[in-house]
Design a protein around this ligand. Structure first.
Ligand code: IPE
Ligand code: IPE
Ligand code: MG
Length: 236
């Protein structure tokens, strides 16, 4: 039994949605086809997260280092993102999902910035799930920005300026690294690395990850639940 005791509604899951390119190349398709299939997986995952009582879902869609990709791939990703916002805003309103975009906006084009602002404003009162899409996002830059804006340099001040702590971080695609996602917020996140390529990620995969998470004992630097009472067992 896990000692995790926050209410379910505040559970924060973050996902590094990796593997779109390999999924496509393995099928003889252009990488952009993998990104389109990845967008379908986002829809499925958001729906599943809502059903599983997740409170906050942060999805890594485009890193600040992804600008290094070929311009055709970057523009395919940006137009997919724009299309996703336009197509999903209504559904978010219907399902009580609040949509937010985290990351830099100044390098996005104006139509996309306006689409983000519209989607955020239209969904602002969604009570069931906070969906955070990370676009042109860098965890290191987010920490620097929070430090620049903060009146004091304390954990509380910076933590407050950043997002909520991540409980469970999932990365698909088989790599076992953070690639600059939510570095501060993941201080005590449980980590799950899946070999599944993102376009194949299913509601069952999310439920399985959550089940594994619930079976873990989170200690936050303390001692396991019940262990303090039995510490003599560990002394000899
Ligand atoms: C994740 O899939 C999507 C983005 C980073 C935008 P990738 O495009 O990184 O897929 P792989 O890692 O090349 O397979
Ligand atoms: C991380 O994936 C970024 C996103 C999933 C958006 P990358 O594919 O860019 O990460 P690296 O390059 O393998 O570390
Ligand atoms: Mg990748």
């Amino acid at each position: 039994m896990s000692i995790y005791s926050s209410s379910q509604s505040t559970l924060h899951i973050a996902i590094i949605m990796d593997g779109n390119g390999r999924w496509a190349v393995g099928r003889g398709l252009p990488r952009a086809a993998g990104h389109r299939a990845g967008a379908q997986a986002v829809r499925r995952t958001v729906e599943a997260a809502r059903g599983l009582g997740v409170g906050v879902l942060s999805l890594f869609a485009f890193s600040s280092d992804n600008w290094r990709r070929p311009p055709e791939e970057v523009s395919a990703l940006m137009s997919l993102f724009h299309h996703f916002l336009n197509a999903e805003t209504e559904r978010c309103i219907e399902h009580g999902i609040r949509l937010e975009v985290i990351g830099r906006r100044d390098r996005l084009d104006e139509p996309l910035r306006s689409a983000i602002a519209r989607a955020e404003a239209a969904t602002v009162s969604g009570p069931h799930l906070r969906l955070r899409l990370a676009v042109d996002y860098s965890g290191r830059d987010a920490i620097l920005e929070a430090a620049r804006r903060s009146a004091s340099l304390s954990r509380d001040a910076l933590g407050g300026a950043l997002g909520p702590p991540v409980d469970l971080l999932i990365r698909t695609g088989g790599e076992q690294r953070l690639s600059d996602f939510l570095l501060w917020e993941c201080a005590y996140a449980e980590l799950i690395f899946s070999r599944r390529m993102w376009p194949d990620f299913s509601a069952e995969d999310l439920a399985g990850a959550l089940e594994s998470f619930r079976g873990r004992e989170r200690k936050f630097g303390g001692v396991p639940c019940g262990m303090a009472a039995h510490k003599e067992l560990w002394l000899d």
